[in-house]
Design a protein around this ligand. Structure first.
Ligand SMILES: [Zn+2]
Length: 250
C-alpha cells in the first residue's frame, strides 16, 4: 500500500501525487477515442512521446495529448502497468500448460505481449520494454519446450521492429530459441531465410559454442532465467537509468 495515501512512491524517495496535475490523453481515432487521465509526473517520467508533446504546451493552456494511432484497449494495459509497475502476462483463469485447450490462453497472452511491445515503441518507454522482458521470461518458463519455431521467429521479428538494434532483447530472443527449440527448428533456421540475420547469427553462435564445450543441449537444458536476474536483457543501462523494479515500492 503506497504511503502517504493517494500517492505512488516512485521513484525511490520521491512521491507522485495522484491527485496532482493530470494529463488528458485522447487515445484512438473517431468514435473509438478514449480519454485517459494520467498523473503528469508519472507519465512524463516514462513516455518520451508524451513528455515531448507536453513540453510544447504553453503554460496556462490545457494539458492534452492526442495519440490517434494507438488502440485504447492497448493503452489501457500500459496505464495499468504505469500504476502497478507489474506487467500481468497471464490471462485470468488460464488453462494450465499441458491441460486441454492450453494453447488458446498461451496464444492470447503472446499476442498481447506482441501488441505491448509495439506500444512500447509507439510511446517510447524503455522501462515498459524492460517489464515486457520480465513478462516474457515468466511466460516462457511455463511453455518450456513448446516454445518452438513459430513463436521464436515471431519474437525475433517483433524485437527487430520495435526494440532497436542496440537492445539486449536481441540476446533474449536468441537465448529463448536456443534453450527451447528442438533439432527440427534449428534445421529450419539454417535452411530458410525466414528470420532476421542477426537472430540467425546469434542462435547459431550459441549452438556452436555449446558443441565446442561438449554440452549436449537436449540432455542438459539450461534452467529458465530467474526473474530477479533479468537485468542483462534490460535496456536501462543503455539509457543510464536504474532498473524499473528498483524504483518501485514492491
Ligand atoms: Zn533491470
Amino acid at each position: 500500500m503506497p504511503w502517504p495515501p493517494n500517492r505512488v512512491l516512485y521513484p525511490e524517495g520521491g512521491y507522485y501525487r495522484l491527485d496532482g496535475e493530470h494529463v488528458k490523453t485522447d487515445v484512438g481515432d473517431g468514435s473509438d477515442t478514449t480519454l485517459f487521465m494520467v498523473p503528469d509526473a508519472l507519465i512524463r517520467e516514462h513516455s518520451k512521446v508524451i513528455d515531448s508533446a507536453l513540453s510544447k504546451v504553453s503554460p496556462g493552456t490545457e494539458r492534452r495529448v492526442r495519440l490517434p494511432n494507438i488502440n485504447p484497449a492497448h493503452f489501457n494495459w500500459y496505464v495499468e502497468w504505469l500504476f502497478s509497475g507489474r506487467l500481468w502476462i497471464f490471462v485470468q483463469n488460464r488453462v494450465p500448460h499441458n491441460w486441454e485447450g492450453h494453447e488458446v490462453a498461451e496464444s492470447e497472452e503472446f499476442e498481447r505481449w506482441l501488441l505491448c511491445l509495439r506500444l512500447s515503441s509507439a510511446v517510447k518507454d524503455s522501462d515498459f520494454r524492460d517489464a515486457l522482458v520480465d513478462g516474457f521470461i515468466e511466460w516462457i518458463s511455463q511453455l518450456d519446450r513448446d516454445y518452438g519455431w513459430e513463436y521464436g521467429v515471431k519474437v525475433a521479428w517483433a524485437v527487430d521492429a520495435y526494440a532497436g538494434s542496440e537492445s539486449p532483447m536481441r540476446e533474449l530472443a536468441a537465448d529463448a530459441a536456443f534453450r527451447n527449440w528442438d533439432t527440427s527448428d534449428f534445421t529450419k533456421l539454417t535452411e530458410t531465410r525466414a528470420t532476421p540475420l542477426w537472430f540467425c547469427g546469434l542462435v547459431l553462435a550459441k549452438a556452436t559454442a555449446a558443441r565446442h564445450f561438449g554440452n549436449d543441449r537436449t540432455k542438459h537444458p539450461l534452467p529458465p532465467k530467474e526473474i530477479t536476474t533479468t537485468c542483462e536483457y534490460h535496456e536501462h543501462d543503455n539509457h543510464g537509468k536504474i532498473c524499473y523494479k528498483k524504483r518501485r515500492p514492491f
